[in-house]
Each structure stands twice: as structure tokens, then as C-alpha cells.
Design a binder for this molecule. Structure first.
Ligand SMILES: [Zn+2]
Length: 464
């Protein structure tokens, strides 16, 4: 049998087990896994001392997103180039419906921006913002097209993105019929707007600066909406996915919903695990503005527990990169901070150090959270998220001993700052392979624009 490449001498880590073996790759797929694979005339990747993982999947990124009158600076090229160097082989972005438009138009628009530019494989979540009967019917067509997840905002009322409870309720009913999943950005819009007004005064902003952002978004802003969305999922029998969970109480609510067999899943992000709201008190505290907001150290502890314990299923990044000039548009007013930060490139080495090496999660659990579960829940398994025969040869090979100090200067992101500047990280990707091709090596980009493809997804596999 001829192989295009053979990965030799590595320790293979999947969501199920850790074992040694050589991987033979042919036509972009994993063709064989066995010991001592003969490999004459074949390109050999020597993975001695390295860990061989299924490619990392980031199910939550916003590349070139128009927001706050500007556009996030990591576009479909630089954002996915950063992904490749960080060991991420698939990303999922969002196709947001225009008012009076259709979901299909939104998907086609977004694909015209991404196709030909992406360096890793990608998909889109469809985002209804103008819930109508024809949109409810359109969901089936979007599923047939290859998009099996939808996302709804419970916030952003004045921006016109919000889905009110009746829309969410009906979409969840539909998700039960179609076997698909509704993601929600869960924050309580009424209390959020009320508290924002309370802190949006000259006096408060002079006194607290960017910390007003944290004061206006305490834990219960999220926890109330998480609880409400779960109630609608329970009432309808729908399939719910809570994006970017940021607080410990919500993890408790999730836990008890799972005990009641509600079909609800959730992700959190590295910034909720590694940063807290004290960062807003720094001189450049406004840079850390995200939505939902950074919470407290006790929230971090509870979220790590939920990752280890199984309530949380996925770590994604919510990458939405704004540079310091864009962030400066806040000009002292916390309601004008462009929300978001870079993250896709640093996901794996941060979680490896602060999760696995720190003893909070096992190596296998990390692979479940960063690859296997995202692939299953997003309907891409076992094409993605596994090292099975016939799977795409999306493979991330890391050096478990390599330590580094992160700086935006050494990263591929278009950002001129990093929320993790000076942070230690570990387990940097040595090779990233996309369908058998090396797209990054030791932090250096080896792929090209357009080496990634749009991936058609099936129904989610809830069996994780
Ligand atoms: Zn987001």
C-alpha cells in the first residue's frame, strides 16, 4: 500500500484511549494505524517523544465580523492562519441573517467571504435574527445544505440581533423535530440594559472606568438566561447548546438540568478559565471587554470542575479580534468597547498547561473537549475529531515538554496585543496537518489561502 505520509513513533491520544502506533496517510485520509509501518519512498514525520492528537476544532470564532462600526481584524485568512499555527484544523463561524433576508442568503454571503481565503476547514452556524414562519420552514433546507446548528442571541436588542423567548421556544420545538441543535448566547437582556443604564453616568464611569463593564454584567445576568433557555428546552424537548458559559452558577444550573435528562450542552472559553474581572482595573483594562464578561476566580474554579466532571462538553474561543486602536474607540465609555479578543491560536497550549499539566483535566479529557466532543455535537464525527481509519487526516502533533512565554509578537494573529501576553503555555504544536498536508510547523505557517474547505455537517451526535 502506498502512503503519502507516515507519522512514526508517536503516542496517539484520542477521546477514548492513548496508544502507540504509526499512522499511514493516503489521499488525505487516515489509511492505516499499526506498529512499525514500512515507509519507504514516503515522507516520514518522526513523532518520537511527541503526542499525536486529532486536529483541534474551535466551534466558535468570529472572523472579519462587522461590530461597533468596525470589522474584527482577523479575517478569514489571518484568522485561519493563526488557527493552523495553533493546531486548530476546523473552525465554525456564523452566518447572521439580515432583517427581511433569509438564512440561505446569510450563508451564501458568508461563504463568499470565506471560500478561497480559509487555510483550515470551516463551517458556519446559521443565526436567525428575524424569526418568521418562512424562516422556521427554512431550517430544514439549511440542515439539508449541511448546517445542523443554529444560534440565537438572547441579548443585543438595540442592535436588532435578539431572538425573543417566543422565537427561541419555537426554534427549540423545530430542533426536536429535525434532530438539530439551537445554540444560545444566554444573557438577561432586561436586567443587562437596566444595570448598564445604572453605571452609564459620568460619575460612575469616572469612578470605575472599564470596571463598569463588569459591574453591569454580574453572574446573574447570565445565570437567569441560562435557566430560562433550559426551561424552554425542557418544555419543548428541544436540543440546546449554551455558548461561552462564563459563570459558576450557570454550571450548577446546567448540572441539575442534565440530571433531569434535558438535552442541553455547553461550552466555555479560555478567557473565562484564565482571566478574571480584576483585569478591568488595569490601565488598559478596556482591552479585556468581552460579552459575556470575565467573572470571578470562584467562577473559574467551578468551570474547571464542570469541564472535568462532564457538565461542560467543549472549550471554544469566541475569537473576535480587535486591535488596540479599535479598542480605543471606547474613549472612557464602557458601552462603546468593541467586545472580543484573539484566542484561536493559543487555545491548545493554554489548555494543555493550565488544564492538563496543572492536573485539572486529563490528557484524554482535553482531547474530548477540544476535538472529539465538538466534532460529535456539531455533526462532523468521525470525519473530524478522531484518529479512525477513514477519518480526515487532520492531525495535531504537540511536544508535551515544550514551554513558551506567549507574546502577540510571536503569533500569527493580526492583533497588536494578546490577553495572554507574558502567560506561560505548554505543548505547542510541532506539526498541524489538514487532510494530510502540513499547514503549520513549529509556529510557522506552511499552508495557503484556500487550503481549507467548507464542511457539510450532519445531525449532531449527542452521545458524548
Ligand atoms: Zn461569539
Amino acid at each position: 500500500m502506498h502512503f503519502d505520509k507516515v507519522i512514526k513513533n508517536g503516542r496517539l491520544v484520542t477521546g477514548e484511549r492513548i496508544f502507540s502506533g504509526d499512522i499511514g496517510i493516503a489521499d488525505g485520509k487516515i489509511a492505516v494505524i499499526e506498529d512499525n509501518l514500512p515507509a519507504e519512498d514516503t515522507k516520514i514525520i518522526d513523532a518520537k517523544g511527541l503526542l499525536v492528537l486529532p486536529g483541534i476544532i474551535d466551534v466558535h470564532v468570529h472572523l472579519q465580523l462587522p461590530f461597533c462600526g468596525t470589522v474584527s481584524v482577523d479575517d478569514f485568512f489571518t484568522g485561519t492562519r493563526a488557527a493552523a499555527c495553533g493546531g486548530v484544523t476546523t473552525v465554525i463561524d456564523f452566518a447572521i441573517q439580515n432583517k427581511s433576508g433569509t438564512l440561505y442568503e446569510a450563508v451564501e454571503n458568508r461563504r463568499s467571504e470565506a471560500d478561497g481565503k480559509v487555510c483550515v476547514d470551516y463551517s458556519l452556524h446559521a443565526v436567525p435574527t428575524d424569526w418568521r414562519d418562512d424562516i422556521r420552514h427554512e431550517m430544514k433546507e439549511i440542515v439539508d445544505y449541511g448546517i445542523s446548528t443554529f444560534k440565537m442571541f438572547m441579548v443585543y436588542r438595540s442592535e436588532g440581533l435578539i431572538s425573543e423567548d417566543d422565537a427561541l421556544f419555537e426554534a427549540l420545538e423545530e430542533s426536536a423535530k429535525l434532530g438539530v441543535m439551537i445554540g444560545v448566547h444566554a444573557e438577561s437582556v432586561t436586567i443587562l440594559e437596566f444595570l448598564t443604564d445604572r453605571y452609564h453616568t459620568d460619575e460612575m464611569m469616572r469612578k470605575y472606568g472599564a470596571y463598569c463593564h463588569a459591574l453591569s454584567r454580574p453572574w446573574y445576568v447570565e445565570a437567569e438566561a441560562v435557566s430560562r433557555a433550559i426551561n424552554w428546552a425542557e418544555a419543548t424537548g428541544g436540543n440546546l447548546y449554551i455558548v461561552h458559559m462564563s459563570d459558576g452558577r450557570s454550571a450548577e444550573i446546567l448540572n441539575s438540568a442534565k440530571d433531569r435528562q434535558v438535552n442541553v450542552f455547553a461550552e466555555t472559553c479560555p478567557h473565562y478559565l484564565l482571566l478574571d474581572d480584576e483585569f478591568f482595573k488595569l490601565k488598559d483594562g478596556h482591552l479585556y471587554g468581552t460579552c459575556p464578561q470575565l467573572k470571578k476566580p470562584e467562577d473559574q474554579r467551578r468551570l474547571w470542575q464542570a469541564l472535568a466532571g462532564g457538565e461542560l462538553s467543549v472549550i471554544s474561543t469566541d475569537t473576535c479580534t480587535f486591535n488596540t486602536e479599535q479598542k480605543a474607540m471606547w474613549n472612557g465609555d464602557f458601552t462603546k468597547i468593541p467586545f472580543g479578543m484573539p484566542g484561536v491560536e493559543t487555545l491548545l497550549p493554554l489548555i494543555y498547561l493550565h488544564g492538563v499539566e496543572a492536573g485539572k483535566i486529563s490528557l484524554q479529557r482535553m482531547v474530548q473537549l477540544l476535538s472529539t466532543n465538538p466534532a460529535k455535537l456539531m455533526g462532523m464525527y468521525p470525519q473530524k475529531g478522531s484518529l479512525m481509519l477513514g477519518s480526515d487526516a487532520d492531525i495535531t502533533i504537540i511536544d508535551p515538554e515544550s514551554r513558551t512565554t506567549l507574546s502577540y509578537k510571536n503569533l500569527q494573529t493580526n492583533s497588536d496585543w494578546s490577553p495572554y501576553e507574558g502567560f506561560e503555555a505548554m505543548g505547542m504544536p510541532v506539526y498541524t496537518l489538514l487532510r494530510g498536508e502540513i499547514i503549520a510547523e513549529n509556529g510557522e505557517f506552511k499552508g495557503k489561502a484556500g487550503s481549507g474547505s467548507f464542511i457539510k455537517r450532519s445531525a449532531p451526535d449527542f452521545n458524548i
